[in-house]
Write a protein that binds this ligand. Structure first.
Ligand code: FES
Ligand code: FES
Length: 157
């Protein structure tokens, strides 16, 4: 099946099995390894991408779900001003250890910052509730996103 989609601003036309996992298309066919696989069952959020602007777990989607859609992966988000702000805040608060979960956290945090951005710990916790980290613990991650929200609100971006 031929599928057409935009990924990170680039048009792609692929002839693939419509049931091939979107995660495998992104990592293997398109050589964008920033999106990680951990559980492979839709539980951990490591494989999160933006599909038409919404965070989704790409391990649960197939090629057919991408047809006619727009995808953004962590490679793209990390280059955007809000993505860079978040990366700086993760860094300053020492929120990252192995970093395996962070592509997913970056996508979920970016979506929150872009669509709400209120510096509310409760809302941030909810926005990141689909992402699991096995090493850092969540306090520093939430604090780093809070810091990014505060900087954005203060116009420091
Ligand atoms: S690898 Fe997709 S949710 Fe865990
Ligand atoms: S930093 Fe290791 S899983 Fe989150």
């Amino acid at each position: 099946m031929k599928i057409n989609f935009l990924i990170n601003g680039n048009k792609q036309v692929l002839d693939v099995d419509p049931m091939r996992r979107l995660l495998d298309i992104i990592r293997e066919d398109l050589q964008l390894p920033g999106t990680k696989e951990s559980c492979g069952e839709g539980e951990c959020g490591a494989c999160t991408i933006l599909l038409n602007g919404e965070p989704v777990t790409s391990c649960l989607l197939n090629a057919v779900h991408a047809d006619g859609k727009e995808i953004q992966t962590v490679e793209y988000i990390a280059q955007q001003p809000l993505g860079k702000l978040l990366i700086d805040c993760y860094d300053e608060t020492n929120a990252v250890q192995c970093g395996f979960c962070f592509p997913g956290f970056l996508i979920a945090s970016y979506h929150y910052l872009k669509n709400d951005g209120e510096p509310s710990l409760e809302k941030i916790r909810y926005a990141l509730s689909g992402n699991i980290c096995r090493c850092t613990g969540y306090t520093k991650i939430f604090e780093s996103v809070l810091l990014a929200c505060q900087r954005l609100q203060a116009g420091k971006v």
